[in-house]
Design a protein around this ligand. Structure first.
Ligand SMILES: C[S@@+](CC[C@H](N)C(=O)[O-])C[C@H]1O[C@@H](n2cnc3c(N)ncnc32)[C@H](O)[C@@H]1O
Length: 265
């Protein structure tokens, strides 16, 4: 890793998430922030696992069930622990991206020698920058009917950034494309543990944007919602209820956490 991209004075959301998933790609400053978050909201480790777990199903749904042979994933974090490329048929092209240069460099090291899997630095607010990169255009070779991973990060984008990004993807992609969208932070912000965890992310320069499901749906327009609609991650395929018995219902509401939905073009 080149020294010039490491800023160990500031924690990063991607590396904190890695720590919450028991990963090893994080620094002391990330571990300290993560432990503060865990102290405020002890269930966050389970929520992180729940969120990452869903990617396995998304990978199969987009590639096998919907027959899409390219998946473009935004704000991917580290491609460890059940990420998309480990669950798609051989020959599927997976293009990951993240805006954290340290996460990008770690990820490129993890993925080197993995055929058909790529990792680029990109801000998910501006997907056009990723799509217009000459390397990406070469990989895509004109293919625009794609699966899109939009998972685990929309809480970090404000309404304007989120609508712009989703509209660019809608306009760029061909009919038959499908976007897997994680509707995050449908939270009860009167609860002290939620307030405490949100304060830590805010102090890191990554404030949460809390939204109702109605607001998520409004921002997703003109993407068309799959008939199943928003599904609580607790009802996502493959979920083992016994793993999550200790989740705090009072903080996360009766469905305990975030939602996912498939949006089509
Ligand atoms: C909680 S992790 C989610 C990782 C992965 N998508 C998943 O669901 O397992 C959030 C990631 O979003 C990245 N991130 C946050 N805002 C971003 C942005 N505007 N553009 C690109 N990446 C972003 C962070 O660097 C971090 O790696």
């Amino acid at each position: 890793m080149s020294d010039n991209i490491i800023d160990t004075s500031k924690p990063s959301a991607g590396r904190i998430y890695d720590y919450l998933l028991n990963g090893s790609h994080n620094f002391e400053i990330d571990r300290q922030a993560a432990e503060q978050i865990i102290a405020a909201s002890p269930y966050v480790k389970k929520l992180a696992r729940l969120q990452r777990w869903a990617l396995k199903d998304i990978a199969v749904e987009l590639s096998v069930n919907r027959g899409l042979d390219v998946i473009i994933d935004f704000a991917s974090g580290l491609p460890t622990a059940d990420h998309i490329h480990t669950n798609v048929p051989k020959g599927t092209t997976v293009i990951y991206s993240d805006f954290d240069p340290v996460v990008v460099e770690f990820s490129q090291q993890i993925l080197k020698d993995t055929p058909d899997v790529y990792y680029f630095e990109n801000d998910a607010c501006l997907p056009e920058k990723l799509l217009n990169r000459p390397e990406v255009q070469k990989i895509l070779a004109g293919r625009r009917k794609v699966g899109i991973g939009y998972w685990g990060f929309c809480t970090f984008l404000n309404d304007e950034e989120l609508s712009h990004s989703l509209r660019v993807l809608y306009e760029w992609s061909a009919p038959g494309s499908c976007l897997a969208y994680n509707a995050q932070s449908v939270l009860d912000i009167t609860k002290p543990d939620i307030i405490a965890a949100m304060e830590i992310y805010k102090n890191m320069g990554a404030p949460f944007h809390v939204r109702s499901l109605e607001k998520h749906q409004e921002i997703l327009n003109p993407w068309k919602m799959d008939e199943t609609g928003f599904v609580s991650l607790l009802n996502w395929h493959g979920f083992d209820e016994s793993e999550f018995a200790e989740l705090d219902e009072n903080s996360f509401g009766p469905t305990k956490g975030d939602y996912g939905v498939y949006m089509t073009r």
